[in-house]
Design a protein around this ligand. Structure first.
Ligand code: HEM
Length: 459
């Protein structure tokens, strides 16, 4: 490569302070604060070095598109995702080319809007069932409730009823496996892997073995049973073909585990923040209720209602803007390349953060304000909003997530309103996804509508 031409940025010492949590320190919350500070100080592209490695942070939609979409072939996934391989193997999220493209081609048809519309009724049914136990006036932990609900839906849409009775086992194992992740993102985690006696490694290995037992069991049962019938995602994985080639059991396990994890944790996060934001913004909650009454008139929603639930969609879009579940994207340069006018040597790390750019005042008016109404105005620049990423690695479950988000908000907000108990803001916990730092505790009460109670209203 010719002479290195890099943009300005923080000194190595500042970067070390800002990112020490990535190196095994204590507090991951410092990372978004550090990145937002870098963007505010240096603008659309900044550079620093950390233990000899070049880092670039992008906060400019044009440059984000250049690196993550147009030049995607010059990069591979970063270290965070690489670490997830311990759990997800070579599933779609963590695999690299050429395997990724082959798998993406095989799986893409199953995620088209028309194909997934059938899952809408399962989403609505699971939500109605869960909220039937909620009592008006009670205080709920919405984040725990949403995780339970999206996990039930992920299990139902992936494995249909095969998994009934095992959802609890899966939930416990998945939670235990994910708990091991902050430690496993640290600098010394390769060492942890080699030391199975460490409690964190032992817990992770046990949880992974438990998940494998359940998923391989489901695959074996499905292969042994009648071939036809199962219109769920596992059925799709078993039926998918690349020419004559099908996936083997290990690949199916990796894809199923990936869909299971990527498909529920993110949506649960987005919905938890949605309830939090609505409870703190009563006018938006009222307007949402009015739309639901006008479109649904008290009946349960279905996939066909989605085009008319515009404001409901805008509420979800706005929650994804302020609290993007996938809050940072990282890539590593496979070769010497460039971004804008700058050189990017092989091995460099390129980062972009939804959490930072989606709140950048250059692209958003009153960026900190929850304002679903902004989505009926002019569209923001491409890649000023990218909760689902972009390019060949764009989220395959995006349509699924929009449907799930809008339907769940519709079912719940049609019947209930939520009241914040504590005026203090809840902070963020940027782990693998952007979780709330403490429980989102809200008081639920039955909504009064012009037409009286809605069918199935909790009492
Ligand atoms: C609000 C919910 C969701 C958000 C915010 C979200 C976000 C994302 C993002 C940002 C990526 C790209 C990661 C990268 O470029 O490194 C991604 C990839 C992916 N997501 Fe989602 N996701 C959501 C829901 C889902 C659902 C419901 C599913 C499955 C049913 C899913 C499955 C996947 C998979 C398999 C990939 C990897 C795609 C590939 O590399 O080809 N996601 N998601």
């Amino acid at each position: 490569m010719t002479a290195l031409r890099v943009p300005p940025g923080p000194s190595s010492l500042e970067a070390m302070r800002g990112m020490r949590s990535m190196g095994g320190g204590t507090d991951l919350r410092e990372i978004p604060i550090f990145l937002a500070g870098v963007a505010a100080r240096y603008g659309g592209i900044a550079h620093w070095t950390f233990f000899g490695r070049h880092f670039y942070f992008l906060d400019d939609p044009v440059l984000i598109e250049e690196a993550f979409v147009l030049q995607a072939g010059h990069y591979r996934k970063g270290r965070g995702i690489e670490r997830l391989k311990r759990l997800l193997g070579n599933g779609l999220l963590s695999s690299e080319e050429p395997l990724h493209l082959r798998q993406r081609r095989m799986m893409q048809p199953a995620f088209h809007k028309e194909r997934i519309a059938g899952y809408g009724s399962q989403m609505v049914a699971a939500t109605s069932e869960q909220i039937a136990a909620w009592r008006s006036g009670s205080v709920l932990e919405l984040d725990a409730e949403m995780t339970r609900l999206t996990l039930t839906i992920a299990a139902a849409t992936l494995f249909t009823s095969d998994v009934a009775g095992q959802t609890e086992t899966i939930r416990a194992a998945l939670t235990a496996a994910l708990r091991a992740f902050p430690a496993s993102l640290s600098t010394f985690s390769e060492l942890f892997d080699a030391l199975p006696v460490l409690p964190v490694t032992r817990r992770f290995n046990r949880a992974r073995a438990e998940l494998d037992r359940v998923i391989y069991g489901l695959i074996a049962a499905r292969r042994a049973g009648p071939a036809a019938g199962q219109d769920d995602l596992l059925g799709m994985l078993l039926a998918a073909r690349d020419g004559d080639a099908a996936m083997d059991d290990v690949q199916i396990r990796d894809e199923a585990m990936t869909l299971f994890l990527a498909g529920h944790e993110t949506t649960a996060n987005a919905l938890s923040w949605t309830w939090y934001l609505l409870a703190r913004n009563p006018p938006a909650a009222r307007r949402l209720g009015e739309e639901l009454d006008a479109v649904l008139g008290g009946r349960l929603p279905e996939a066909a209602d989605l085009p008319r639930l515009r404001y409901t969609r805008d509420v979800f879009a706005e929650a994804l803007r302020l609290y993007p579940p996938a809050w940072v994207l990282g890539r590593r340069a496979l070769r010497d390349t460039s971004i804008g006018e700058y050189t990017v040597p092989r091995g460099s790390v390129v980062l972009a953060s939804q959490l930072v750019t989606q709140r950048n005042p250059r692209y958003w008016e009153e960026p900190e304000r929850f304002e679903p109404g902004r989505w009926s105005g002019p569209a923001p620049p491409r890649f000023a909003y990218f909760p689902f990423g972009g390019g060949v690695r764009r989220c395959i479950g995006e349509s699924f997530a929009w449907m799930e988000g809008v339907l769940l908000i519709a079912v719940i907000a049609q019947r209930l309103r939520f009241e914040a108990l504590d005026p203090a803001e809840i902070g963020i916990e940027p782990l693998v996804t952007l979780r709330p730092r403490s429980a989102i505790r809200l008081r639920a009460s039955t909504r009064e509508t012009a037409s009286g109670a809605v069918s199935g209203t909790p009492h």
